[in-house]
Design a protein around this ligand. Structure first.
Ligand code: 5AD
Length: 559
């Protein structure tokens, strides 16, 4: 079996959970798709570009399936949900469809598809009756999609949430990770930004019970995980209402309602220690799982950021000083068309407030902000675009993704707003915004020169891996050991998470370049000292003195 993941961190986690469930049933994953009889793509629909990559993979598989009729191909995730059964017609190579809200059904779907495929191919060989095989072929297709299912209520307690089983049954073993893991706290999204497909593919927002989240973090910590990233589309919107029962996998379970310790955050709710807010949840994970040395969360929605969450961050030394809080545009008019629900001045008020709570460079803890911007959204004028450039200058993100607007079928903007910014204008604005962000990121990086930063070591650097691969070809000097298994595409995954890594034996100069991140998510490269197995550094937090910086990374030596 081969699994390739496209897109966001949520997809990386979905892939990890789905792969864990399949492994437990005896399926084995390989790194090379050519060695696999079952090919799965966990897809992303946020931009057309992401979907195109999958379409081209499906094209390659269609060619292969002509030679290998027993091949089973599955499309998982948002593209499956968005395109629905139409994929079977557009890409007849696809046998299995499974939407992101139905991944708990994947093992059963695959079992079905593999058996049917094998028996069909057998029939075809036996009878040599092509026509029958083609008809039967259609009936072999299997799908689990949320489709038009009614949107569920916000709190999981009101929902028969079969998907919760997938997270609950997460297989955690010390060899599965490099010290870092994702934990979902919220599924779906209710925001309905006009450009965004997520509410249609991942469904309504539901919040996981806090006890489930804390227990999962504890189990990860027991397996040696030191860094946890909590995930949600609007992660700081988390809010769990206690009291009702939770139905998991058809079984009603009372919420054991571990009493929420009274603290400044819940006081606000009066009798309501019956609600766990995002601030409460952060505090619980931080306080109840001290073995987690770094706690982060993505992605934040700027308007929902309350002071109590910022206070918990300030008072909790193991919560990272890092916020990914996209603005999307620096123009009020564009933000209104996007239905973002805030103005530029409200966004800047949030940035200033976050900095006033959390930016402590003198203590070696600057607040690092990251963002996302969409250029060329429907109706974007040159003046509006320049307001976005001004926003970049004012916020000074340490990094910011700049995306060209990609109209997504099914969204409000697709139906109601023209895609009227020509592609060459989108491209030029994208380049201009990137160039400005480049300068800002470079200035921020240079500011670290001479500092000692604490680096969570993720693995051997990509450059080092390239260097070794070429040396390996020339000399055969390095032992190539593959860890992990599932290929991760899309670049959003932490280095090494689920991705194949090569573990080197130190070269003759004794140096191996390692990579890791600061608590503010700055990427740091440094050399592992001679004689130390690089693997011994992975998953540890080490002090590094920064000697020089480039736009994207800092370079230094162990301090
Ligand atoms: N076109 C371009 N970028 C988009 N994003 C979401 N939808 C679109 C779209 N239709 C971007 C946003 C979001 C990130 C995950 O992807 O910036 O924050």
């Amino acid at each position: 079996m081969y699994l390739e993941t496209f897109g966001c961190q949520m997809n990386v986690l979905d892939s990890e959970l789905a792969a864990g469930a399949l492994r437990a049933l005896g399926y084995r994953f390989v790194d090379d798709s050519n060695d696999a009889g079952v090919i799965l793509y966990n897809t992303c629909s946020v931009r057309d570009h992401a979907e195109q990559k999958v379409r081209s993979r499906l094209g390659e598989m269609a060619v292969r399936k002509r030679r290998e009729p027993s091949l089973v191909v599955g499309v998982l995730g948002c593209m499956a949900e968005r395109d629905g059964q139409a994929i079977f017609h557009k890409s007849p190579v696809v046998d299995v469809l499974c939407g992101p809200s139905e991944l708990d059904k994947l093992p059963a779907l695959l079992d079905n598809a593999v058996r049917t495929r094998v028996s069909l191919v057998g029939d075809r060989l036996d009878n040599n009756h092509r026509c029958n095989a083609v008809i039967a072929d259609r009936s072999a297709k299997v799908a689990a999609l949320q489709g038009g299912a009614s949107r569920r209520s916000a709190t999981l307690s009101a929902a028969a949430d079969h998907l919760e089983l997938l997270d609950l049954s997460r297989a955690i073993s010390p060899s599965d990770h490099n010290g870092s893991a994702y934990v979902r706290i919220t599924r779906g999204c209710n925001k309905f930004y006009t450009y965004c497909v997520v509410p249609y593919t991942r469904g309504a927002e539901t919040h996981r019970p806090p006890d489930h989240i804390v227990d999962e973090c504890k189990r990860l910590a027991d397996a040696g995980v030191l860094e946890i990233t909590l995930l949600g589309q609007t992660v700081n919107h988390y809010r769990f209402e206690h009291g009702a029962s939770v139905v998991v996998g058809g079984v009603t379970q009372p919420q054991k309602g571990r009493a929420i310790k009274p603290n400044m955050n819940s006081a606000r709710h009066g009798a309501a220690a019956r609600v766990t807010t995002f601030a409460d949840l952060l505090k619980r994970v931080h306080d109840e799982v001290p073995a987690i040395k770094r706690l982060r969360f993505v992605t934040s929605y700027p308007r929902d950021f309350t002071d109590d969450a910022l206070q918990v961050m300030r008072d909790s030394p193991r919560i990272c000083r890092y916020l990914h809080a996209p603005a999307q545009s620096g123009s009020d008019a564009a933000l209104t068309r996007m239905n973002r629900g805030y103005t530029v001045s409200e966004y800047m008020e949030f940035v200033d407030r976050a900095r006033s709570f959390l930016d402590e460079p003198e203590k070696g803890r600057p607040l690092m902000l990251a963002g996302d911007i969409i250029v060329g959204f429907s109706g974007e004028t040159e003046a509006e675009f320049h307001e976005t450039l001004t926003l970049l200058e004012r916020v000074r993100y340490k990094s910011c993704f700049i995306f060209k607007y990609s109209p997504r079928p099914g969204t409000a903007a697709f139906d109601r707003l023209p895609d009227d910014v020509p592609d060459e204008v989108k491209r030029r604005r994208n380049n201009e915004a990137l160039a400005l962000q480049h300068t800002i990121s470079d200035e921020i990086s240079q500011g670290f020169a001479g500092d000692v930063v604490h680096v969570f070591v993720e693995g051997v650097s990509a450059q080092e891996r390239k260097r070794q691969a070429s040396e390996q070809v020339q000399t055969g000097k390095y032992a190539a050991v593959t860890i992990g298994g599932d290929a991760v595409a899309g670049g959003a995954a932490p280095v090494g998470q689920g991705a194949a890594r090569r573990v080197p034996i130190n070269g003759s100069d004794g140096r191996v370049q390692m990579t890791g991140r600061t608590d503010g998510d700055m990427i740091v490269h440094f050399d592992a000292p001679a004689g130390l197995a690089p693997d011994d550094l992975v998953g540890r937090i080490v002090p590094v003195r920064i000697e020089r910086a480039s736009v994207l990374s800092l370079f230094g030596a162990l301090a």
